[in-house]
Design a binder for this molecule. Structure first.
Ligand SMILES: [Zn+2]
Ligand SMILES: [Zn+2]
Length: 273
């Protein structure tokens, strides 16, 4: 390919948990030779950590990207795209799914990333309440939410499948994710059946810090028939844009994948690696 693949999971100051002005990411994407830049800011109702709604003003953001393209980046060969990271909420949780769908319908997103971040009094980012439920029970809840999210939501890519697992690993537990292979197979098969992509999230991989973990996930996904992968950093600040991309690209290649995919106006394209 004559252009570098862009990062497809990036948070800017339009996300409640990032202060990063997004034009710095664009400068970085240009420097790396990317043809596209995409921002994927949070939509997460009643996020467990603070019980506030994380909602970016996506219309304002689209306007801002268009403005930047017409002004600062008018001579640069880069297209500025608008994506989103949707935090899944269960059906019985108020009318959040309706509100999410309205926002998805009212904005022409280029990419919808889907994530599971929390459940009742558990924020899967934090270890709080994990022991109250028990670790296996937490993983069961998390994976069942992922299955429901895949079945119920409109999306393009499932983010960080090992997000809740990472929190267990961070607390010095030497459990391996193959303990949950039955769930992983069900999730992979659902994704394949729905023709949706699986994200390899370098932020989670950096935290887990075990190549055998990511290689196992890739092998299992491939064995299930999976072909559609994205590689993303989940950057909340400039320095993590495309963090460790070359490293994980190599691992992905070694596990037998020749392509990554990317999305423009929700159409999927393959990128040869
Ligand atoms: Zn996330
Ligand atoms: Zn994210």
């Amino acid at each position: 390919m004559d252009f570098a693949l862009h990062d497809q999971h990036v948070h800017s100051s339009f996300s409640s948990d990032s202060k990063q002005e997004l034009s710095f990411y664009i400068d970085k994407a240009i420097e790396l030779g990317c043809k596209y830049y995409i921002t994927t800011d949070h939509l997460d109702f009643n996020i467990n950590d603070s019980h506030i709604d994380w909602i970016a003003d996506y219309k304002e953001q689209r306007k801002y990207l268009d403005f930047l393209k017409k002004t600062k980046y008018k001579d640069n060969d880069i297209e500025l795209l608008l994506g989103i990271e949707v935090g899944y909420k269960t059906k019985d949780n108020l009318d959040y799914q309706d509100r999410i769908n309205k926002i998805l319908n009212d904005n022409d997103f280029d990419l919808i990333n889907l994530s599971v971040h929390d459940y009742k009094d558990v924020d899967f980012y934090f270890y709080d309440n994990y022991e109250k439920y028990g670790l296996d029970e937490i993983m069961k809840i998390y994976f069942n939410m992922e299955l429901d999210a895949i079945n119920e939501m409109d999306f393009d890519c499932l983010c960080h499948i090992d997000y809740a697992f990472k929190t267990i690993k961070m607390n010095n537990n030497d459990v391996k994710i193959d303990k949950y292979e039955d769930y992983l197979i069900r999730i992979f098969k659902s994704l394949i059946e729905k023709d949706k992509a699986l994200e390899i999230n370098t932020k989670v991989q950096e935290a887990i810090n075990d190549d055998e973990h990511v290689r196992y996930l890739l092998r299992l996904y491939k064995k299930c028939g999976g072909k559609l992968l994205t590689l993303s950093s989940d950057a909340h600040e400039l320095k993590r844009y495309e963090s460790n991309f070359d490293y994980y690209k190599q691992i992905i290649k070694e596990e037998g994948f020749d392509y990554l995919c990317y999305f423009v106006r929700r159409k999927r394209y393959l990128y040869k690696i």
